[in-house]
Structures are given as C-alpha cells and as structure tokens.
Design a protein around this ligand. Structure first.
Ligand code: HEC
Length: 132
C-alpha cells in the first residue's frame, strides 16, 4: 500500500516538475525585456490586421482580395525591395512611388512602433528563393 502511494506521488509530481521552467518569468516564453523576437511577433499581428486581405496569410501576395488588383499585391516573401523602400511604400502608398494606387498609404494609420514591428516581421519572413 505504501509503495503504491509513493508511486502515486511520483506520478503526480513528475509533470509538475517538468512544467516548472515555464513558470519562470525570466524564461524565453516570458521575455522580461523587449527582444527582436517580440517585435517580429507584434509585427505579425499588425500584418494580420492590415495587410492580410491583399497580401495573404502567408504574405505571398495571394490574399482573398488579390485577384481584384492588377498588378497583384506583391509577394512579400520574395520581394527584392530593401527595408527603406518598404518603409516608404508602406507609409506613402503605391501611388506616391509611381506604383499601384491599390497599395494604400498606411502612414496615418500605424504608429511608429507598429511600423517598425511590421518591418521586423517582413524581414523575418524574407526568402528570396521563395522557399520556406
Ligand atoms: C487593398 C490591397 C492591399 C493592402 C490592404 C495592402 N497592400 Fe501592399 N500592395 C498592394 C498592391 C496591389 C501592391 C503592388 C503594387 C504594384 O506592384 O504597383 C502592393 C505592394 C506592396 C509592397 C511592395 C513590395 C515590392 O516588392 O515591391 C509592400 C512592401 C507592401 N505592399 C506592404 C504592405 C503592407 C505591410 C500592408 C499592410 C500594412 C499592405 N501592403 C497592405 C495591395 C495592398
């Protein structure tokens, strides 16, 4: 009986022990400070909110509304544009840069932090060969 009880205690406490690191507030799951990973995570949320309709959930330019536009919304994974250009077109819209007016200007919509998070996200998904 006693042995069974001891096994029981061991079985119950093993998962608790295993889960312990996750409860630490300084662990990787709960970054105490702002990190590049946190910026990318937030940027993905901004993207899902404002950009997904045209650029698609995978940012490959295949959003639900994509077929309405010619030229099509850009594939942001294989885009060869640098961060400065992306910042410019995101803020000012396509028309200001001599491109499609259907790429809207987001300068008045996004905060500076949202914009830099978004750019961090776009950098993180880049794959010039189109392979993910
Ligand atoms: C209403 C549809 C629409 C929405 C919403 C939209 N875009 Fe676009 N976007 C476009 C189109 C269309 C183009 C292509 C313009 C062209 O080729 O002339 C484009 C182009 C771009 C480019 C240029 C990429 C390259 O390689 O040239 C970037 C960067 C971009 N969009 C980012 C975004 C981001 C970030 C958001 C969300 C904040 C967003 N877009 C929301 C339609 C949209």
């Amino acid at each position: 009986m006693r042995l069974l009880a001891m096994i029981g205690v061991a079985l119950v406490s093993a998962p608790l022990l295993a889960a312990e690191p996750r409860q630490s507030v300084s662990g990787p799951e709960y970054p105490a400070k702002d990190t590049p990973e946190a910026a990318i995570e937030r940027g993905g949320i901004v993207f899902d909110h404002y950009c997904i309709l045209c650029h698609g959930a995978k940012a490959d330019g295949m959003g639900r509304a994509a077929k309405l536009y010619t030229p099509r919304p850009a594939n942001l994974i294989t885009s060869d544009k640098n961060v400065q250009y992306k910042e410019l077109i995101i803020k000012q819209g396509g028309k200001a840069l001599g491109r499609s007016e259907f790429m809207p200007p987001w300068g008045n919509e996004l905060t500076a932090e949202q914009l830099s998070d978004l750019l961090a996200f776009l950098e993180s998904i880049k794959s010039p060969a189109g392979k993910l």
